[in-house]
Design a protein around this ligand. Sequence first.
Ligand SMILES: *[C@@H]1O[C@H](CO)[C@@H](O)[C@H](O)[C@H]1NC(C)=O
Ligand SMILES: *[C@@H]1O[C@H](CO)[C@@H](O)[C@H](O)[C@H]1NC(C)=O
Ligand SMILES: *[C@@H]1O[C@H](CO)[C@@H](O)[C@H](O)[C@H]1NC(C)=O
Ligand SMILES: *[C@@H]1O[C@H](CO)[C@@H](O)[C@H](O)[C@H]1NC(C)=O
Length: 395
Amino acid sequence: MQQLSLILTVILAIALTPSQWSLGISKIYGVYGQLSPTKNAPYRRFVPAFYIFGDSTADSGNNNELSTIARANFPPYGRDFDSRHASGRFSNGKMTSDWINSFLSLPLVPAYLSREARMFPFQGANFASAGAGILNNTGDVLGEKLSNWQQIELFLERRNELVARIGVVAASRHLRNSILYIATGGNDYIHNWITNDTDAALLPNDQFNALLLTTLRDQLQVLYNAGARKAAVLGIGPVGCAPHFLWQTNSTTGNCLEAVNGYVSQFNDGLREMLVQFNQRNRGVHFVYRDIFDVVYRMAKFPFNFGFTNGNTACCGVGNFGGGDRCLSPMMVCANPLFNVFWDEYHPSHRANNFIAKQLWSGVDPSTTTRNSTSTAVYSFLTIQQLAALQLTED
Ligand SMILES: *[C@@H]1O[C@H](CO)[C@@H](O)[C@H](O)[C@H]1NC(C)=O
Ligand SMILES: *[C@@H]1O[C@H](CO)[C@@H](O)[C@H](O)[C@H]1NC(C)=O
Ligand SMILES: *[C@@H]1O[C@H](CO)[C@@H](O)[C@H](O)[C@H]1NC(C)=O
Ligand SMILES: *[C@@H]1O[C@H](CO)[C@@H](O)[C@H](O)[C@H]1NC(C)=O
């Protein structure tokens, strides 16, 4: 019997494309399915460190050090994390960036504002900050945060420290082969444009998109000029599927708000194009687009295909769809977070983050099946797994 299931697994593994793979796994193993995508150890030697930029989908504790309501350093956050500790992560367990970190076989990189970050300067660092976005004043309504520009300034500070310690040649080699993970932009909609929070929010969507993209391009250029060569730049997820917006609009169907999704999809299309040009213009660079919209959308719409029972209700929250408030107390937690795509009003759960990470790690970009790509475009569609396997010696 055991032998038979092994054979079936092997046959399925051969028959499934990468995007179907996770689906197959969850059908075979149920919800406790294998969470690691592949053997990762060989990639480690080409990736000396992992640098994380972004928002609450990647903040591992920087906001604990700031004065803000955008914090998650209290239970029940972290209840399913390895340490069961509420570290500041907006998840019941791992965030997507943590899963990628573990696929790279690197120790989890510390939050830059924490004491550990100063103790281990060669591992990389996490600069992400809940509430932050591409624009400086995105998220200001929540309190202090590290904006994307500030995160980049801290990266430059770390670079100077490496140069001072090991010299410019070794520091350049370290940075060239390190992977940057950049997960930003969602809050520029959630805590800026949609809520009319700043002057920029008065712009029509296409002009706001253009402002986000030129700002992000300038930010990536600074990272490139500082020596970064491998980066995964994430698109924005389907914000219109977040329980918060279903609650806010008094949704009766629980369906995603497609108008909101349309705005962020337009950003994602622009980001793909921008990265193609960026890679053409800058010698030796591999800054790749990685899509999360498609996989999160599929989980929200078809939760059963992934072994979830609920695709639109926060496991921890109050009100319709659990979207009426943040996750504030262990009393608010659902029966079993394994079955919910969303952990709180905005953030996917530990297990949903695993599916997202597998897509980022080795999934094919969904847009490549619907449009023709030039050879340079293909270049910017490398997976993170492929980035990790690149060994860069010179520009
Ligand atoms: C954003 O903030 C940075 C400092 O972090 C500053 O250099 C830049 O000029 C600001 N940009 C705008 C548009 O205000
Ligand atoms: C933002 O402004 C637009 C245009 O003025 C308006 O239609 C919309 O209702 C406003 N949204 C919020 C959340 O205030
Ligand atoms: C949702 O329902 C509440 C309470 O009935 C109401 O105050 C609010 O205006 C409604 N919002 C929308 C967007 O319909
Ligand atoms: C892709 O290229 C083929 C042949 O060059 C063409 O027939 C097709 O319309 C193109 N598709 C798109 C989406 O541009």
